[in-house]
Design a protein around this ligand. Structure first.
Ligand SMILES: CC(C)(COP(=O)(O)OP(=O)(O)OC[C@H]1O[C@@H](n2cnc3c(N)ncnc32)[C@H](O)[C@@H]1OP(=O)(O)O)[C@@H](O)C(=O)NCCC(=O)NCCS
Length: 157
């Protein structure tokens, strides 16, 4: 019988910043989301959660607040070897618990992994619902005029 995997979902420590940055930028190179600098990650560290197995980070994601009523799941990624084993779901569920604890009623994502988010309980919605997001991040995205992402959202209560 395979040994049980010990995976913890936690807030990253300062010492995780280099590994976290490397992972963000590896997935950014593939076009999954936008790149982020180490300084940016340091400045937003409390927004992040990671899944750790032993001394390896196997998944990352952040919860970005847009005021008291809306947050975004951002920079969500699971390492190739760990994909398809439920880690992505666990991480998003943990980010949603955080949103609920912070009394944020609605969480959204802009994504190509629409079916994954639907499995976790999100529903497809209109991108125009999120003007702050469009102006803040989309204005620096190379795909601004050919966006192939879908907006999904979930209510936490
Ligand atoms: C999308 C991603 C985060 C999903 O994480 P994961 O750990 O592989 O997903 P899970 O194993 O938790 O899957 C949960 C459910 O979603 C389904 N699912 C996962 N990825 C899917 C996909 N690309 N298409 C369709 N269904 C998918 C799984 O089959 C599972 O379904 P089940 O509950 O019926 O068994 C991961 O594949 C990834 O990092 N992709 C590259 C980066 C990326 O696209 N990030 C999203 C940016 S917003």
């Amino acid at each position: 019988m395979a040994p049980e995997r010990l995976i913890e979902i936690i807030k990253p420590a300062e010492s995780d910043i280099p590994h976290l940055t490397e992972m963000v930028n590896e997935f950014a190179k593939r076009g999954d989301f936008l790149p982020r600098s180490e300084d940016h990650i340091r400045a937003t560290l409390p927004d992040w959660q990671i899944a750790r197995e032993g001394d390896q980070i196997i998944a990352i994601g952040s919860l970005l607040l847009y005021g008291p009523k809306l947050a975004e799941v951002r920079s969500l990624a699971v390492t190739d070897a760990a994909q398809g084993t439920g880690i992505g779901r666990k991480l998003v569920e943990s980010l949603l618990v955080e949103a609920k604890e912070r009394e944020i009623p609605r969480v959204f994502a802009l994504t190509r992994a629409v079916q994954f988010f639907e499995k976790v309980g999100f529903e497809i919605t209109d991108k125009e619902n999120f003007p702050d997001k469009i102006w803040k991040d989309c204005s620096i995205c190379p795909l601004i005029d050919a966006c192939d992402e879908t907006a999904v959202q979930i209510y936490t209560s």
